[in-house]
Design a protein around this ligand. Sequence first.
Ligand SMILES: Nc1nc2c(c(=O)[nH]1)N[C@H]1C(S)=C(S)[C@@H](COP(=O)(O)O)O[C@H]1N2
Ligand SMILES: [Mo]
Length: 425
Amino acid sequence: MKVPARFVPSWPSPLRGPWLTSVFAVALLVGIPLLFLTGLVSYTAYNPDLAPVNDMTPDKGVLGFYLLAWPTDPYWLYRVTQGVHVTLGVVLVPVLLAKLWSVAPKLFARPPVRSPGHALDRLSLLLLVGGALFEFATGILNIQLNYIFPGSFYPLHFYGAWVFIGAFVVHVALRLPRTVRALRGRDFRAELRTPRARTVPEPPDTTGLVSRTPGPPTVSRRGALGMVGLGSVVLFVVTAGQSIGGPVRGTALLAPHGRNPGPGPNGFQINKGVAATGVRARDIGPDWRLTVRGGGRESVLTREELERLPQHRADLPIACVEGWSTSDQRWEGVRLVDLAALVGLGHAPPAVYVESAQRHGSFRAVALRDNQVRDPRSLLALRVNGAVLSPDHGHPARIIVPGAPGVMNTKWVRRLSFGESSWPV
Ligand SMILES: Nc1nc2c(c(=O)[nH]1)N[C@H]1C(S)=C(S)[C@@H](COP(=O)(O)O)O[C@H]1N2
Ligand SMILES: [Mo]
């Protein structure tokens, strides 16, 4: 059957060609590996090898090979790596879309398959484009809509990243020579001086990107690059503020949790509060007790008893996987080392299993590694910025650990189990 001509796109833009595609490609060639790397870093920061509760990809197999003990220094480590991951991902969206636009005619090329090699090439492109769209879509849905796939976002984004990066490496290996040639073939600065009136198609070539029936230009190449660049800059401005924090927070128009976290000592970003997690008033009221277990011993404390233990101070941020973070807050409470000492494990505290009074939903329990327990800045915090913790920030007591993702800072802590032998299996 013959497809009527009006249904076959004619791709008249005179801008399309190997040079323009290659310029977008270079930006992605720098950006995508950085995204992948900071993604791996984020994966590592969850201590997935430590306990089943921390590991959301139990079937990862060899993909877990790069694990290391997540350090507590510098204390802003995750704030930076995850801020870069999320901000960069958002900023690259216009570049990705422009790149896809520039190669769109290839998607409809006829015949669809010319040879076995061509078939393989197209298959790798399917994984590449599919992988890219999937990773960007899941990432953005996660940061904007607050876990639209509760629990499953993590493995989806994780395995998707491996498919995507595999196809990316193949694609770069196959296309790099062509890209270099295309970039050498035109002078970037001369291109930036060329107005619309003098914009002509790139010379016909074998890549199939240059239009064979070019229409008049509606914008210059410089204009097209400028639009994409401006799009990225605008996205940067309305996103970055959520991880830079402080007064810049006001510019984060895209910040999913709103820009104004309210006044006062507890006036900083809340992820999920009491209402959202279904924490019951009586579980965090006067009858609340903290149980500390380990080394075959157990100690039960009231909040007053905790307040009578030596209080320490640590200025630390909360840095969420979603990319937002707070500036440093002044936390005060009991050192995890001192709590380990209550059950006789003070000289060489082991890893700890932290459980919350929250009964349903995610992040109720998490395990912290021994290096995190031993850091003198790691606290079971009772106060923040001089005031008692608000219920939404984890009253009566919450964990705060330097350098770690926000999710490790369990709120409404109910029980601490030091040493893996005392953990649930
Ligand atoms: N019990 C419990 N603790 C929790 C969470 C939770 O949902 N339940 N969210 C975690 C996540 S993902 C983050 S980023 C921080 C946010 O802390 P904040 O709400 O005080 O800013 O708390 C962590 N602690
Ligand atoms: Mo988080």
